[in-house]
Design a binder for this molecule. Structure first.
Ligand code: FES
Length: 355
C-alpha cells in the first residue's frame, strides 16, 4: 500500500465549510446517534474535500475532527487510508483515469500518455491551476472502457484524440459533454439497439399488460412421487407437537409448528385432491395428520406451512402451488379451474386408486 502523506503547508491555517454545505452535514449527522456521530467521518471528509477545491488540507481534517469530537489522529488515519481523499492540491479539473484491466485492454495506457503529455506527471498541477490527473482503480463503468472521471462526471468510450480534445477544452474554459463519447446511450450498443426496440417497453403503455400465453391447457401436475416408508403418528396429536415427538423412528427435528389436528366425520371431509398439488398420496398423509378439510389448510400459518413441507419433504412447494389460496376459495364454497377439472374427472393424478 502506498504511503500517503498530506501536504501540511499548502492548506494554510484555517478551513471552514461553506454555508450551503451545513444542511448536508446535518443530514449526515442525523443518520447516527449523537454518541456515535464519529460514524459520519467519511461523508464529512468528503464534503470538506469538496469545499476545499477537491483536496483535504490538514485544517480541513481538524475541522472534521472538531465537529465529530474525534482525536485528530483518528481523522488523519481515515483520510490517509482511503485514496478517494486527495492529500495535495489538485487542479480545478482533476482527472481520475481508470487503469484497471478492462480499461487497460481498451487503451487506458494510451490515455495515460495523453495526460502525461498535456498535463504532466501524476498529481502535478498545471501552472494555470486548471488541470491535474491521477490513475485510479475501476470506476464501475467497464462497459464503456476506457474512461475517466473528471471532478464529478464520467467521460466514457474515450479515444486518444477524444481525451486530448476534452483536456484542451477544459484548459480553455470551453464546455465539454460528459458521458459516452461515441454514438450510444449510456452502455447501450453503439449505433443503437437492434432488440427491445418496441416503444411500449419504455413509455409505460405496457404496464400491467398480461404476459401469460392465452389458451394454453393447464399443465398436469407432476405425478406424485412414491412415498417413502415413513412412520406416521397413529393418532394425530391434538396440539402442536414437533415431528420427532410423534414417531420413535424419526429423530430429525421438523421446523415450524405442526398444524392442529381435528376429528372430522367422514361425511364432512373435503376432497383435498381438489387442491392442485395434492394427490391421493399427499391427501392420505394429510389425513394421517388430522387434516381433512379445506378450512383447516386455509387457516395454516407460515409456521404450519414450514412444518408440513418439512414433514412431507417438499420444501417450498405449498407456497409455490398456493395450497392456502386454493383452500380459501374452496372452503368458501368457490371453485378453481383445477377443482372443476377434478370434479369432472379430468385429472388422473387426483383419482383414487381403483377409480
Ligand atoms: S475497468 Fe475501468 S471502469 Fe472498470
Amino acid at each position: 500500500m502506498a504511503l500517503r502523506r498530506f501536504d501540511i503547508e499548502a492548506g494554510g491555517d484555517a478551513f471552514a465549510f461553506k454555508a450551503e454545505t451545513e444542511p448536508t452535514i446535518d443530514f449526515w449527522l442525523g443518520k447516527y446517534p449523537a454518541a456515535r456521530k464519529q460514524s459520519a467521518v467519511i461523508p464529512l471528509l468528503w464534503l470538506a474535500q469538496k469545499d476545499n477545491d477537491g483536496w483535504l488540507s490538514e485544517p480541513a481534517m481538524r475541522e472534521v475532527a472538531d465537529r465529530l469530537e474525534m482525536p485528530y489522529i483518528r481523522v488523519y488515519e481515515v483520510a490517509t487510508f482511503y485514496t478517494m481523499f486527495r492529500l495535495k492540491p489538485v487542479g480545478k479539473h482533476h482527472i481520475q483515469l481508470c487503469g484497471t484491466t478492462p480499461c487497460m485492454l481498451r487503451g487506458a495506457n494510451d490515455l495515460k500518455q495523453v495526460c502525461e503529455s498535456k498535463i504532466g506527471k501524476k498529481f502535478a498541477v498545471t501552472d494555470d491551476g486548471k488541470l491535474s490527473w491521477e490513475e485510479v482503480e475501476c470506476l464501475g463503468a467497464c462497459a464503456n472502457a476506457p474512461m475517466v472521471q473528471i471532478n464529478d462526471d464520467y467521460f466514457e468510450d474515450l479515444t486518444v484524440d477524444g481525451l486530448g480534445e476534452i483536456i484542451e477544452k477544459l484548459r480553455n474554459g470551453a464546455d465539454v459533454t460528459a458521458g459516452p463519447q461515441v454514438d450510444r446511450i449510456n452502455s447501450a450498443p453503439e449505433g443503437g439497439t437492434d432488440v427491445l426496440t418496441e416503444a411500449g417497453l419504455f413509455d409505460g403503455s405496457r404496464n400491467g399488460a398480461v404476459t401469460t400465453l392465452p389458451n394454453l391447457p393447464e399443465p398436469e401436475p407432476a405425478p406424485e412421487p412414491e412415498p417413502e416408508a415413513k412412520a406416521l403418528p397413529e393418532e394425530p396429536a391434538p396440539t402442536n407437537t414437533a415431528r420427532e415427538e410423534t414417531t420413535e423412528e424419526e429423530v430429525v427435528a421438523v421446523a415450524g409448528e405442526r398444524p392442529e389436528a381435528a376429528e372430522v366425520a367422514e361425511a364432512e371431509r373435503d376432497n383435498l385432491k381438489e387442491i392442485k398439488g395434492v394427490g391421493p398420496v399427499n391427501e392420505g398423509q394429510l389425513n394421517e395428520l388430522g387434516i381433512y378439510t379445506f378450512a383447516q389448510i386455509a387457516a395454516w400459518t407460515p409456521a404450519n406451512v414450514d412444518w408440513v413441507e418439512d414433514f412431507l419433504s417438499f420444501p417450498g412447494r405449498i407456497a409455490r402451488e398456493d395450497w392456502i389460496g386454493q383452500a380459501k376459495v374452496l372452503a368458501a364454497g368457490g371453485e378453481t379451474e383445477f377443482s372443476k377439472r377434478v370434479e369432472a374427472g379430468e385429472v388422473d393424478s387426483s383419482k383414487d386408486e381403483g377409480e
